[in-house]
Design a protein around this ligand. Structure first.
Ligand SMILES: C[S@@+](CC[C@H](N)C(=O)[O-])C[C@H]1O[C@@H](n2cnc3c(N)ncnc32)[C@H](O)[C@@H]1O
Length: 185
């Protein structure tokens, strides 16, 4: 359990090993819940590999990972889609991860299933995070997880501050990752 290959350190991205372990723990603890896992924003696949590795090692569900990869070359000077595909191959995760090259908005219109773990790490502006929450959070099952990376950043922090705290119970902060749990049936 919680086995994360230390080689994920070599994948481009911002996730620390401690944050990766915290994500992994949530994936394992969502084992008995209905639904799948959804990730908004994958870049080169660091968090995708972390979640995918848990699924490969026996945690239940499929990860749907959404990112249009429009900014890759422009913003970060990296062909993030190619690196993502290479990383999924390298870690043998294609059976466990479905990538979709769309925006969160586009993909949310097609999605109507339950979600046991939602990881929001896409566009970090207040408007985008707020809209991601509105689009996706209602699909998270009772006791399911909602995680935000870079949750100390202005736009992300602002959107999180407006979460319905009767529904979303704060669980933990690890680095810039905050972890919330749906406590409403
Ligand atoms: C901070 S990076 C994600 C990092 C990744 N989770 C990791 O662990 O390395 C943010 C990503 O969000 C993507 N993104 C930007 N706008 C988006 C949107 N509307 N829907 C989905 N992804 C988006 C960008 O293309 C970028 O790759």
């Amino acid at each position: 359990m919680f086995g994360i290959p230390t080689s994920i350190r070599n994948i481009l991205g911002w996730l620390s090993i401690e944050e990766a372990m915290a994500i992994s723990k949530c994936v394992w603890e969502s084992g008995g819940f209905p639904g799948d896992l959804v990730e908004i924003g994958n870049y080169c696949g660091k968090s995708t590999v972390v979640i995918g590795e848990c699924l490969k090692q026996g945690a239940s569900g499929i990860l749907y990972s959404v990112d249009p990869h429009e900014d890759g070359l422009k913003l970060y000077g990296v062909d993030s889609l190619k690196k993502l595909i290479d990383n999924l191959e390298k870690y043998h995760l294609n059976e466990y991860v479905i990538i979709t090259e769309e925006t969160s908005e586009e993909f949310s219109k097609k999605w109507d299933g339950p979600i046991k773990l939602l990881f929001i790490d896409g566009d970090h502006s207040y408007e985008a995070v707020k809209t991601d929450i509105l689009r996706w959070s209602d699909k998270v099952v009772y006791l399911g997880w909602m995680l935000f990376h870079d949750s100390n950043e202005g736009g992300v922090a602002h959107a999180i501050s407006e979460l319905d705290k009767d529904k979303w119970g704060f669980q933990e902060q690890v680095g810039s990752l905050t972890i919330w749990r749906n406590r409403v049936r």
